[in-house]
Design a protein around this ligand. Structure first.
Ligand SMILES: *Cc1c(COP(=O)(O)O)cnc(C)c1O
Length: 399
């Protein structure tokens, strides 16, 4: 069990075939990870936007170690301080409201969907408008919310109550509103859908539409939240405030935790018995998240995400000029997509062979999500590896 090939063989025999792993990792530190055969990679996938503060951030490690030895779990029959402190931090950073804690993104979205339905139930409103190419999770309700048939096929009947409109097309959202509509749900930057930021006029238009029609504006910040875009939350790039939003991925710095944050008025629709989670908000998960927030603040990671994101985009734009097959670079902060003609996976595989981990977002987008505190020398090294990968794939045709 010491080599990549042994681990892969065991994994493939006993773990269900829902993933297609492309490397084996045994340790990580900051932006670097290692495989069992002695190879080091620069990790610009960062656990798919989970490791915003890098692998094994010392603050997060210590917080988890200390909390694990003090009070690892505390049921929600009793108060626990870390949950209160984390809710206070998230509230003060955003809507001055209240939080509910879950263990994953899909669960946080389930909580948000339930809260919206509860809010609308007296008026008989339940339908939520979500966007085409969105991604909201893999539970049945969040699969129904997701605007991609590829995640839905084979799972009928899906829960009803979701309709899909076109992202960045306000008219299409307006046309989807009816007397059953309770909320409009968007990602400020679509992640899985291809690293596509919302246009300002769209976010402002959705907010206005919600105000006019008495609907809730819901943001899924699971991928673009927690500093990824250079602000705490993606919606903060726009002159709008949602009524509620969800977090997960990077919230715990690698430890599983999800959160629903809502304005007080909306949050207070939940009363004892309406929603619950055994592990949600337990002292250990909340200790990890509190340490992540401190690390982001102490190391000015919002600033570095914004600045280094610009450097990375500038570098990648060089490849747009150099190769016809590299069509565009887009994104916000450290959430960056490079659009290629043909297969993004081929580019990702070539980068991995060079020593750089990144991932795809749909068929034609190479997604780069470095830890927010990546150093400039690591950025330069990554640019070189991407350059080498592109040269290998596209170089000859340029001669
Ligand atoms: C990853 C993701 C989810 C699902 O989170 P899980 O923790 O995998 O359930 C939901 N929404 C967005 C935008 C995501 O990126």
């Amino acid at each position: 069990m010491s080599k990549s090939t042994d681990i892969a063989e065991l994994f493939n025999q006993y773990v269900m075939n829902t993933y297609a792993p492309s490397a084996t990792l045994i340790s990580g530190h900051g932006c670097k990870v290692r495989n069992p055969d002695g190879m080091t990679y620069l990790d610009f996938s960062a656990g798919i936007a989970v490791l915003n503060v890098g692998h094994c951030h010392p603050k997060v490690v210590t917080a988890i170690q200390e909390q694990a030895a003090t009070l690892m779990h505390c049921s929600n029959l009793y108060y626990n301080a870390n949950q209160a402190l984390l809710a206070q931090r998230l509230s003060k950073l955003s809507l001055s409201g209240k939080c509910f804690f879950a263990n994953s993104g899909a669960e946080a979205n389930e909580a948000m969907i339930k809260l919206a339905r509860l809010w609308g139930s007296e008026k008989g409103k339940f339908e939520i408008i979500t966007m085409q190419n969105s991604f909201h999770g893999r539970t049945l309700a969040t699969v129904a919310a997701t605007g991609q048939t590829k995640v839905q096929d084979g799972f009928d009947p899906l829960p009803v109550g979701f309709v899909h409109a076109v992202f960045n097309n306000l008219d299409s959202v307006k046309a989807a509103v009816n007397e059953r509509t309770v909320a409009i749900m968007v990602e400020a930057v679509q992640g899985e859908g291809g690293v596509l930021p919302a246009e300002e006029s769209f976010m402002v238009g959705v907010r206005k539409l919600c105000d006019q029609k008495g609907l809730l504006m819901l943001c899924d910040e699971i991928q673009c939240g927690m500093g990824r875009t250079g602000k705490w939350f993606g919606w903060q790039h726009y002159p709008v405030k949602p009524d509620a939003f969800t977090l997960a991925k990077s919230l715990g710095g690698g430890f599983p935790i999800g959160a629903l944050v809502a304005t007080t008025d909306l949050a207070d629709k939940f009363t004892p018995g309406k929603h619950a989670s055994t592990f949600g908000g337990n002292p250990l998960a909340c200790a990890a998240a509190l340490a992540v927030i401190e690390a982001i603040e102490e190391e000015s990671m919002l600033k570095s995400a914004a600045e280094h994101g610009k450097l990375l985009v500038a570098g990648l734009n060089g490849f747009v000029d150099q190769y016809a097959q590299v069509q565009a670079v887009r994104g916000l902060g450290m959430m960056i997509g490079m659009v290629v003609e043909g297969s993004a996976k081929e580019v990702v595989d070539a980068c991995r062979d060079m020593g750089l981990l990144c991932c795809t977002a749909g068929e034609h987008v190479v997604r780069l999500l470095p830890p927010l505190n990546v150093s400039e020398s690591d950025l330069e090294e990554a640019m070189e590896m991407i350059g080498d990968a592109l040269e290998q794939l596209f170089g000859d045709e340029e001669e």
